[in-house]
Design a protein. Sequence first.
Length: 117
Amino acid sequence: MMRGLCGPAADPAGSCQSNPHRLDVLANPPHPLLKWNAPWTNAQGVMEYGRRYDLLASEGSTFTLRREVEPQQTDAGTRPIWILRHTTQPEVYCWGRSDWPQMRCEDQQLRCDAPVS
């Protein structure tokens, strides 16, 4: 998984300069973790410090995740399954969901630092 410091391309409040997040993986079992430098208010108006996901599957540079505490629901009323897709132009990742069209990938994130091996 592409670890490192990231910021959204379209949200100045969470940008690399303002409030980037660190993408990391907790081991045994693996849990992708996003942690911001400072708390921020999400789309639901709730203050967040970080997000933890269950890793359901991975294939190449695509990771299928379920957020452990999920405020959103699909149209069917279930917790969404998130698809984190590595991107190269620009470098780092974007978000899709299993209930969205396969090509839909939103909230493009940009790398703020050198990749972590």
